[in-house]
Design a protein around this ligand. Structure first.
Ligand SMILES: O=C(O)[C@H]1O[C@H](OP(=O)(O)OP(=O)(O)OC[C@H]2O[C@@H](n3ccc(=O)[nH]c3=O)[C@H](O)[C@@H]2O)[C@H](O)[C@@H](O)[C@H]1O
Length: 432
């Protein structure tokens, strides 16, 4: 049986005029239906398009939930360029990652004050109160330093920055810090200290010219070592925390990029840095807050009630070490992602060389705060802490001219002055 055409399917047999009328009606109906079905197909197509867009978005969101999209556009590019402008002869143009962090803020200001160009980058995560990071950002902005809100895992954003500015240096300070928090949120350490580092190095290696890199490692890489003071040549293969392990991994990863791509790398092992605008998760900071609020503090002790000790290092000394590292960093040798010759690879301890016990640190705070602490002593939990740190700084002294000058008494006095002013305990204005 011959099959009926679509048109025929809609034509029922009615004689005469009525047939014609009905034919016309059916034609009209058919046209209507045909356009409805076209519309239906279009609607289906649009639904499918929207669905695939949404699922792509959710893929992007899921795979990069830390990434910010608060970048891009003509105005943004203008701000980046203006901030990177160099205002001294032979000055640098530096990308400072973690710029709204404790060390990042101080280093950015020091660079700006001497006429270097800086672009800051920070993801403003909530590891500790982002209000403090925003307050630091305001200070930086008031010194004409622009801070890009973004994550070092965002390769597109980094590529854009390197597109806009020929950075001479990268001061890489963005990291997941804190020794004990690594037990609560291990993935945040992998995200920032490993994945983020690799993403950043990939962009640095691709950049033309390649920047020289100075970055923050940590005294924690010495782990369970007992030989003191800690020297750069000592073993670093027995970390006590995941934080330490990721910093150690960072040293190996940067070495690889130095070896394969000719990136100039300087790793700085910071020793318990403290001072104004510091990190609220650190002991000296949280103890200060508790002492003022009349709350108890917990002081850890080692085996046989031995006091823990740290080579507390004042922020201004650390800044000098960072600046000297930038100043003495040789150019990277690669170009277009290819190594052209051997490049500089350095690691330095930046400590104070005079460890102080934690109870002594508390005593100094009590004096400056004119308040007694309510102390609870407990045995150090197995949470990644090490019993003591002590830096040998002879390498930094010889090669960087690094010479720490602030003892814990003086440094904590400055910190307390800042803290009282920042927290509104007094109206003494603290100027950076
Ligand atoms: O040099 C580093 O590489 C690291 O320095 C810093 O780590 P730490 O030296 O462990 O500083 P911090 O937490 O202030 O504890 C100080 C002392 O107080 C003790 N401590 C701590 C907390 C507490 O409640 N009680 C206590 O006794 C504690 O046991 C310790 O003995 C940075 O946080 C870290 O990011 C990294 O940069």
């Amino acid at each position: 049986m011959p099959s009926l055409s679509e048109e025929e399917l809609f034509l029922t047999s009615k004689p005469g005029k009525s047939k014609d009328k009905s034919h016309t009606m059916h034609r009209h109906f058919h046209r209507c239906f045909a356009s409805t079905s076209t519309m239906f197909l279009w609607a289906l197509f649009l639904v499918a398009l929207t669905a695939s867009y949404l699922s792509f978005q959710s893929f992007v969101d899921n795979s990069s939930k830390y990434l910010s999209t608060a970048w891009g556009g003509i105005q943004w590019e203008k701000q980046v360029r203006a901030s990177a402008q160099i205002h001294r002869t032979n000055g640098f143009s530096v990308l400072v990652t973690g710029a709204a962090g404790f060390v990042g803020t101080h280093v950015s200001l020091a660079l700006k004050k001497r006429g270097d160009g800086i672009v800051g980058l920070d993801n403003f995560n909530n590891y500790y109160d982002p209000t403090l990071k925003k307050a630091r950002k305001s200070i930086l902005n008031s010194h004409n330093i622009f801070i890009v809100e973004g994550d070092i895992n965002d390769a597109r954003m980094l590529a854009k920055l390197f597109d806009i500015v020929a950075f001479t240096h990268v001061m890489h300070l963005a990291a997941q810090a804190g020794v004990r928090y690594a037990m609560k949120n291990p993935n945040s350490y992998v995200h920032s200290n490993i994945a983020g580092l690799v993403t950043l190095l990939e962009e640095c290696k691709n950049a033309n010219p390649q920047p020289a890199i100075v970055w923050a490692s940590s005294s924690s890489v010495y782990g369970l070592n007992e030989k003191v003071p800690f020297s750069e040549s000592d073993r670093t293969d027995q970390p006590a925390s995941l934080y330490a392990a990721t910093k150690k991994a960072g040293e190996e990863i940067t070495h690889t990029y130095n070896h394969i791509y000719g990136l100039s790398v300087t790793g700085l092992r910071f020793f318990t840095v403290y001072g104004p605008w510091g990190r609220p998760d650190m002991a000296y900071f949280s103890f200060t807050r508790n002492i003022l609020q009349g709350k108890p503090i917990t002081i850890y002790r080692g085996k046989n009630r031995v006091d823990l000790a740290r080579d507390f290092t004042y922020i201004d000394d650390i800044v000098k070490g960072c600046m000297a590292s930038l100043d003495t960093a040789k150019n990277s040798t690669g170009s277009g992602g290819k190594k052209q010759g051997p490049a500089q690879y350095r690691i330095f301890n930046l400590g104070n060389t005079s460890p102080v016990t934690v109870p002594m640190m508390v005593g100094i705070l009590e004096k400056h705060l004119k308040n007694k602490a309510k102390k609870n002593f407990i045995e150090m939990p197995g949470n990644g802490d090490v019993p003591f740190t002590h830096a040998n700084i002879s390498s930094a002294r010889t090669e960087l001219g690094y010479k720490p000058t602030t003892d814990l008494q003086t440094g904590l006095k400055k910190f307390v002055r800042w803290y009282l002013s920042y927290s509104g305990y007094n109206h003494d204005k603290f100027v950076m």
